[in-house]
Design a binder for this molecule. Structure first.
Ligand code: CU
Length: 131
């Protein structure tokens, strides 16, 4: 004859399942989905704009394998902008020549901080932090 205690693990499992289901169904805005079910790793894509003579955001953070898209508009002086990376860090992407009205992507395959500047406009600086 089975002892009553033998059902306890099953009941405990059922209770845990119900608890999990209750927690999951509480997610109404969908923001938790990436945490509870990340799926395959996917790189971030982030846009950096040039409103006037600044890069926005000034510091852009992405995951390894992520892509920054510089959306380079015409500068107030009509000359456009460039993106020149400093240093020789491994994974440093290719510089972007003087352009305007274009979107130029660069993918970052190594972690690190990659500072850059627009050499046309003094003080127009930014960096990409790859984590
Ligand atoms: Cu510039």
């Amino acid at each position: 004859m089975m002892r009553p205690r033998s059902a306890n693990p099953i009941l405990r499992s059922a209770a845990l399942l119900l608890l999990f289901a209750a927690c999951s169904s509480g997610d109404t805005d969908g923001t938790d989905n990436a945490v509870t079910n990340p799926g395959p790793a996917r790189p971030d894509t982030l846009d950096v704009f040039t409103p006037g003579n600044i890069f926005s955001p000034t510091s852009a953070e992405i995951r390894v394998g992520g892509t920054i898209r510089w959306r380079i508009s015409e500068s107030p002086d009509g000359r456009g902008h460039n993106v020149i990376f400093s240093g020789n860090a491994p994974g440093k992407p290719a510089d972007i020549p003087i352009v305007k009205g274009v979107v130029v992507p660069r993918t970052f395959t190594r972690t690190g901080t990659f500072p850059y500047t627009c050499t046309i406009h003094p003080g127009m600086d930014g960096d990409v932090v790859v984590r």
